[in-house]
Each structure stands twice: as structure tokens, then as C-alpha cells.
Design a protein around this ligand. Structure first.
Ligand SMILES: NC(=O)c1ccc[n+]([C@@H]2O[C@H](COP(=O)([O-])OP(=O)(O)OC[C@H]3O[C@@H](n4cnc5c(N)ncnc54)[C@H](O)[C@@H]3O)[C@@H](O)[C@H]2O)c1
Length: 256
């Protein structure tokens, strides 16, 4: 039962891919739930505008532009969090990259590289630098963004399917390695969500719009905040016995 207290009161949370979509919704929600938020994304202007907005509503926020494919950038963001707020309690590793799914033999190898780099190496880079900071303070929570494409061939393209499967693999391995040292690690199996990523896909393949909604038992796509709510819960103590999970937030798409 809810205690009525903010879910992330006094926590320090890092969120990647925070400039739009699910990441931006999480940035606002985590701040509303009492966390100091450290926002990372490549687009400096959007990130700055979001940070100004959160600060204007009384939130504690630090925006640090960077690319998750760069270990040095990620290390810099974790360092900035520690410098500004003294510790790192949770992280929502959410930055991702997708293109319209094409047949494997027609997909450029560069698309494969980029897809793996952002979705898999990005999550690896984040956990690699976040875990030492969490061990230092005796524990923490990490949530990585996977997809329905992380547990089934979703028609999203083989590189994306493979990358999101790998995110779940990294999540389970890290959960097993650090469970006894107080770090919980979970993944979100995200279904179709109305974000820039989806708009971009629909611009190139408008015929997919109906299929995205039809995929869910609820026959609609998600709003970004519905995914952010699950991330906030998994980052909070309310999910204290949940680790190594790949949790669907997909309107039932993977149940049917
Ligand atoms: N929208 C959907 O239907 C859907 C479905 C399943 C999973 N997902 C996953 O949700 C996550 C968030 O995506 P979204 O839908 O909010 O899309 P979005 O395009 O609105 O947001 C993606 C964010 O990631 C950032 N980003 C991309 N590459 C980056 C990099 N190299 N370094 C740092 N930041 C980078 C972008 O700047 C942006 O802020 C992704 O991991 C995506 O794969 C989305």
C-alpha cells in the first residue's frame, strides 16, 4: 500500500535519452516524485529547455549533454551527478535508436552497427560507470529500456530485435552479479508508445499506425508517461523484491 510519500524522495536519478519521449516524461515524473534528476541526451537545446522547466517547477535538475555510445561521455555524466548531488541512487538507461524494420539481407551493416552501439553498448557503458558509484553507497536501482522486440521477433528489424534481446541479457546478468550487494537491475519491455521515435517510423511507413495499436490487448498505443510510471516504480523501494525482471509495459501485446 502506498505510504502517501513521494516514491523517489531525496533520491539522485540519472536518466538517459531524456530530451524527448519516454525519457522526458520520466525526467518530469522522477522530479515530481522527489528525485534530483541528472539528464543525459545528445540534443543540448531540448535538454536545457526541459531542465529549465523542471527547475521552474521546483525540481532539482542537472542537464549534461552527451552520447551514450561514448564511455567518456557517460563517465562524465556520472561524475557530474556525484559532484553536484554527492551520490547516484538510481538510473533509467533509456536512450535508444530504431529505424523502420527492413529485411535482414537488405539492411545496411551500418544500421546494424548504430543499432547495437546505441541500444547495447549504451546500456553497457551506463551500467559500467553507474555500478561503481552505487556500490560506493551500498546499493541502487537500475532500469534499462528494452522492448517487445526484446522478447519476440516483432517485425522491427533483426538488428533492433537482437539489440533489445541483448538489453534483457545485460539486465539479467547484472542483476545476478550485484543482487547480493544491494543493486537491483530490471528491464522494461516497452510496447508501442507515441514518441518521436514512433513518429519517425510512421513518417517512413504510415501503414504501420494501425498495426501498432492493434498489437496491444488494449488496442491503443501508450503515452510516454505510462512507461515512465513503471520506471519510477522499479527505481523506487516499492519494488524492493523485484530484480532481474523483464517487465512488460505493452498493453498486453506480449500476452496475446
Ligand atoms: N516508442 C516506442 O514505441 C518504443 C517501443 C519500444 C521501446 N522503445 C524504447 O524506448 C526508449 C526511448 O525511446 P522513445 O520512444 O522515447 O524515443 P525518442 O526518440 O523520443 O527518445 C529517444 C531518446 O534517446 C536519445 N538518444 C538517442 N541516441 C542517443 C545517444 N547515442 N546518446 C544519448 N541519447 C541518445 C534521443 O536524443 C532521445 O532523447 C528507446 O530505448 C526505445 O528503443 C520505444
Amino acid at each position: 500500500m502506498s505510504s502517501g510519500q513521494s516514491m523517489l524522495k531525496d533520491r539522485v536519478a540519472m536518466i538517459t535519452g531524456a530530451s524527448s519521449g519516454i525519457g522526458a516524461a520520466a525526467a518530469r515524473l522522477f522530479a515530481e516524485e522527489g528525485a534530483a534528476v541528472v539528464l543525459m541526451a545528445r540534443r543540448e537545446e531540448q535538454l536545457g529547455a526541459l531542465a529549465d522547466d523542471i527547475a521552474a517547477s521546483g525540481g532539482r535538475v542537472l542537464a549534461v549533454p552527451g552520447d551514450v555510445t561514448s564511455a567518456a561521455d557517460v563517465e562524465r555524466v556520472v561524475g557530474a551527478a556525484l559532484k553536484e548531488f554527492g551520490r547516484l541512487d538510481c538510473s533509467f538507461n533509456n536512450a535508444g535508436y530504431a529505424t523502420v524494420g527492413t529485411a535482414l539481407h537488405e539492411t545496411d551493416a551500418g544500421v546494424y552497427d548504430r543499432t547495437m552501439d546505441v541500444n547495447v553498448r549504451g546500456v553497457w557503458n551506463c551500467m559500467h560507470h553507474q555500478i561503481p558509484a552505487m556500490l560506493e553507497r551500498g546499493g541502487g536501482t537500475i532500469v534499462n529500456t528494452s522492448s517487445v522486440a526484446g522478447i519476440r521477433a516483432s517485425g522491427a528489424g533483426a538488428a533492433y530485435v537482437a539489440a533489445k534481446h541483448a538489453v534483457i541479457g545485460l539486465t539479467r546478468a547484472a542483476a545476478a552479479e550485484y543482487g547480493e550487494r544491494g543493486i537491483r537491475v530490471n528491464a522494461l519491455v516497452v510496447g508501442s508508445t507515441r514518441t518521436e521515435m514512433m513518429e519517425e517510423v510512421l513518417r517512413k511507413a504510415p501503414e504501420l499506425e494501425e498495426r501498432f495499436a492493434a498489437d496491444a490487448i488494449q488496442k491503443r498505443v501508450a503515452a510516454p508517461v505510462e512507461v515512465a510510471q513503471a520506471a519510477a516504480w522499479l527505481c523506487s523501494d516499492r519494488s524492493s523484491f523485484v530484480t532481474g525482471a523483464a517487465m512488460p509495459v505493452d498493453g498486453g501485446a506480449t500476452a496475446a
